[in-house]
Each structure stands twice: as C-alpha cells, then as structure tokens.
Design a protein around this ligand. Structure first.
Ligand code: TYD
Length: 230
C-alpha cells in the first residue's frame, strides 16, 4: 500500500497489559498528522458511546466467558460500523489500541475460551457486507467476500509477563484483567504468538523489553519501512 491519502490505513496495537503501547500510539498519531494525514485515534473495547459503556462492564463485572466474548464483539461491531469503517472510507489513518487479536489472546489464550467460537463471532461481527456503502468495495480489497474487516498492520509489543507485572505493580487500581496472575499473561502472550504465526505478514513484533526510545525507533522503522512515514 502507498502513502496515498485517499487510501485508509487500519493499524492495531497489541500486547499484554503493561507492555507500554500508549505513548507510541500517541507519537504515531502526531507523526501522521505532521504528514497532513487525518488520524482517527481509538481503542477497544470502546471507541463509541455504546462500546465505552460495554467496556466498563467487560473490565469490571464478573461474567461467564461466552457472555464476555459476546459483549466484546458487540462493542466491536458498533465501533466498526460507526467509527472505523467510515474513517477508512474517508481515507483516515485509523490507530486502534487493541482489536480482534486481543480477543483471541485474552479470551482464547488467557481464559481458554473456544477459538472456533471466536472465529465464528469474528465472521459475524466483522462482516461489513450489506452495509450498502461504497466502502465495502474498498475494504473488500483485503480478501474475497464476505468483507471481514481486519487491520492492514498489527504492531505487537512483546514483553515478558514477569516484566509487565513489575511495570504494573502499584501503578493503579487493577481492572479485572490486570488483576490476573502472571500465568494468565503467559497464555495471553502465547495467544499473540499464535496469531502472528497464522498471519505473519500482517504483524510486526516489537521487542518491548527495552528503553522507550529504542522501542520507538523500532516502531517508527516499521512505518518508514513501508513508506507510510518518512
Ligand atoms: P487496555 O487496552 O490495556 O487499556 P488501559 O491501558 O486503559 O488499561 O485495557 C483493555 C483491557 O481489555 C486489557 O486488559 C485487555 C482486555 N481486552 C480483552 O480481554 N479482550 C479484547 O478483545 C480487548 C479488545 C481487550
């Protein structure tokens, strides 16, 4: 893909809690804006008024694993149809803090929930055929029908779970996921590794176990390497 401003770019950012995504996402937003690109900065679960309400439930309330997965995909569907797909159709750079890989890593890997069920929910929730807009054509470039929306690129901040636990300790009151033991995050990290192995061209793995400046150099290098940033 080129740096053509008529072409939307969908980038997601992943990693276990404490991996340090946030500052790099903000820095990328500034770098794209400096190039004159319109940027939609958003997150999951969340990114719309409805999905942010669901986020509060998902991150704080106890629920069974299927209920959790359904709420996450409900939030994602609302976010996709009302924010992400229209932004891509306008040609924006969409920077999304977590997307579907997080569901496979956290619900699938961490919780041990059935990956086939998650794949089915993904097909349903991320199918934008039938929205009846021109952008379905554009998004269809990524593959044959149904037009499942997936990121063009996923940056995976890979940090050993023990290191992430140290970084998170005492930082803030932990939510439902942050309060999980280190073994949970080992399974989440394995979940990300499995997702990357299944779709290696979509992923860029960043060694996040380094000083912030070194991590930024690597992150920036992924974008400049693709011709998306100078
Ligand atoms: P996070 O993105 O880390 O935001 P913050 O920096 O505000 O804590 O928090 C989102 C949490 O939700 C994180 O623990 C991972 C979890 N999550 C899932 O379990 N499944 C998902 O599909 C998504 C998107 C997030």
């Amino acid at each position: 893909m080129t740096n053509d401003t008529t072409t939307g770019l969908f980038i997601s950012f992943e990693g276990i809690d404490g991996a340090g995504k946030s500052t790099h996402i903000s820095a990328l937003a500034e770098a794209f804006k400096a190039q004159g690109r319109a940027v939609t900065l958003t997150r999951e679960p969340g990114g719309t008024a409805l999905a942010e309400k669901l986020r509060t439930l998902i991150l704080n309330d106890a629920m069974d694993a299927l209920t959790e997965a359904l709420l996450i995909f409900a939030a994602r569907r609302d976010h996709l149809t009302t924010v992400i797909v229209p932004a891509l159709a306008r040609g924006d750079v969409v920077l999304c803090d977590r997307f579907t890989d997080a569901t496979f890593a956290y619900q699938g890997g961490g919780r041990g929930f059935d990956l086939d069920v998650l794949s089915k929910l993904e097909l349903w929730a991320q199918d934008v055929q039938g929205l009846g807009r021109d952008f379905v054509h554009e998004l269809g470039r990524k593959g044959a029908a149904p037009a499942i929306v997936k990121p063009d690129l996923t940056i995976w901040f890979d940090l050993p779970p023990e290191e992430a636990a140290k970084r998170l300790a005492g930082a803030r009151v932990p939510d439902k996921f942050e309060a999980q033991p280190v073994e949970f995050f080992r399974r989440v990290a394995q979940g990300y590794a499995d997702r990357m192995a299944a779709d290696p061209l979509r992923f860029a793995r960043i060694d996040a176990n380094r000083p912030r400046e070194a991590v930024w150099t690597s992150v920036h290098g992924v974008f400049s390497g693709r011709g998306w940033l100078p």
